[in-house]
Design a binder for this molecule. Structure first.
Ligand SMILES: [Mn+2]
Length: 303
């Protein structure tokens, strides 16, 4: 029976990856407007450093959803708070090296109209300088075609009932209620999904779909990084992890770990890796939480 993910897969844009191409996949940065509820703030310098250092080596960026925190903040304020971040995104996009996949916190009703309205607002405020920094149009999902096989990327809210079917109500809830609660009690989380203890069940859903279709997938949304169906780095409580025998589930994690780390999935030179970045002084440090030849992954996943 065809489900929601099958339909998402079928209408997904395809990116054919050249053998020498390098890709970094980031998600769940939740870039806000610098206020007390802005969880990105503490990692913003680290993210800028990563963007800066990955540019000359020719990396492509895949932004896998929940990049701008539009549930809590206005895009105008987000752009004005972090113009450097959006300037880098623009640079990558201009070079044909940025793919933006939608999440549930950076989705808008009628995207083109929303971006146009934001542009008008920026001009009214005399901030024409920020107009070129508006995020590029988003993709619903992305299929990466590699010489070794195919990887399907989607944010993951599609299987999360409250965050998908009811996202307009959810957004209302977050913007008007959650934000004040968060500021009031200084709660450091920008995804109430985490508090709803359904992460393991979502991961199980992603996994079962991928296993039944024999697909390698990269998701986001849960703020728990995963490599080859092993959990990498987690934010929040360590609830039970779903049983996953095949190494086909990957998750890029998030950009707002409270220990000052940002995780990413890297694809290059026939290998896939889960990386965790942090700053030591002004130096960018990279930990490899997992690395494997794609050939080995696909030989175990494909029937
Ligand atoms: Mn999400």
């Amino acid at each position: 029976m065809k489900g929601l993910l099958d339909r998402l897969y079928e209408r997904s844009p395809v990116h054919k990856m050249a053998p020498e191409e390098k890709i970094l996949i980031f998600s769940d940065l939740h870039i806000g407007a610098g206020g007390r509820s802005d969880d990105f703030k503490r990692n913003s310098l680290l993210y800028l450093k990563i963007l800066e250092e990955a540019y000359s080596p020719g990396y492509h960026l895949i932004l896998l959803g929940d990049i701008e925190e539009l549930w809590e903040d206005d895009l105008v304020d987000i752009l004005a708070t972090y113009p450097e971040v959006f300037r880098w995104h623009r640079e990558y996009y201009r070079a044909g090296r940025l793919h933006r996949v939608v999440g549930n916190h950076d989705i808008f009703i009628e995207e083109n109209r929303f971006l146009q309205r934001t542009e008008d607002k920026l001009r009214e405020l005399g901030r024409e300088d920020l107009v070129p920094l508006l995020p590029p149009p988003s993709l619903p999902s992305l299929r990466l075609e590699l010489p070794q096989g195919e990887i399907f990327l989607f944010h993951g809210h599609q299987l999360d009932f409250l965050n998908n079917s009811l996202w307009k109500i959810s957004r209302f809830f977050v913007r008007y209620l959650w934000k004040s609660l968060q500021a009031l009690f200084r709660i450091t989380t920008s995804s109430p999904a985490r508090a709803w203890k359904k992460r393991a069940s979502l991961e199980g859903k992603y996994y079962r779909w991928a296993e039944s279709r024999r697909k390698v997938i990269v998701c986001a949304h849960t703020h728990r990084a995963a490599f080859a169906s092993r959990m990498g780095k987690s934010e929040g409580n360590g609830e039970k992890i779903a049983e996953m025998p095949l190494p086909l589930y990957f998750n890029s994690g998030c950009g707002i770990y409270t220990d000052g780390r940002i995780t990413a999935i890297e694809i290059r030179s026939g290998e896939i890796a889960l990386l965790a970045f942090h700053l030591e002084g002004r130096h960018l440090k990279t930990e490899v939480l997992g690395r494997e030849r794609l050939k080995n992954i696909f030989s175990r996943v494909l029937p």
